[in-house]
Design a protein. Structure first.
Length: 181
């Protein structure tokens, strides 16, 4: 039994949810639209501004997929109404980033260029303080692209240099102790 799957999803007034005949959920809102295939045995009911995800007991014996589908649809509803964003901070001497169209050029101490292709549906902005803001309607795409950018130079534990999330704490280690003569 999935407790998460039984919770209703509140629909904002400007969000529209439809299910196609090929069992695909399409969520449209002011920020855009997202689609997701439903698993077998999952159905959706919409009434009075609330959306409920129900499972067919004959097909689904466990509730894991039920809870997963409910969480994915809730993320889609929030994405098209509010949107998602992740902020990365570049810490280090000479570390900088530049957004050029659908490319993100990150200079973090490598001799070769580090250029990322921004996935479709995402927006990247860089401010003067070296903070890269990745935003979009799909939570998975935003998080995955932010993780890929961070992985090119993760923060190191001795000086704290590297790319980190704005709210991330990096615990610093003590360096080598000098030997007294």
């Amino acid at each position: 039994m999935s407790r998460q799957g039984n919770k209703p999803i509140n629909l904002p007034k400007d969000v529209e949810v439809t299910v196609n005949k090929d069992n695909e959920v399409v969520v449209k809102g002011p920020k855009g639209s997202i689609s997701q295939l439903l698993s077998d045995g999952i159905s959706i009911n919409t009434e009075e501004g609330k959306l409920t995800v129900q499972k067919d007991e004959k097909i689904l014996s466990n509730g894991a997929v039920h809870g997963l589908m409910r969480a994915l649809i809730a993320n889609m509803v929030e994405g098209v109404s509010k949107g998602y964003s992740k902020q990365l901070q570049l810490i280090g001497t000479g570390y900088r980033a530049q957004a050029q169209g659908n490319k993100l050029d990150v200079k973090v101490g490598y001799s070769h260029p580090t250029i990322f292709d921004v996935p479709e549906g995402l927006q990247v902005a860089v401010d003067k303080k070296g903070i890269v803001t990745i935003s979009g309607v799909d939570k998975q795409k935003v998080g995955q692209f932010a993780a890929e950018v961070r992985a090119c130079r993760p923060p190191e534990p001795y000086k704290g240099k590297g790319i980190r999330y704005v709210d991330e704490y990096v615990r610093k280690k003590a360096g080598k102790a000098a030997k007294a003569k």
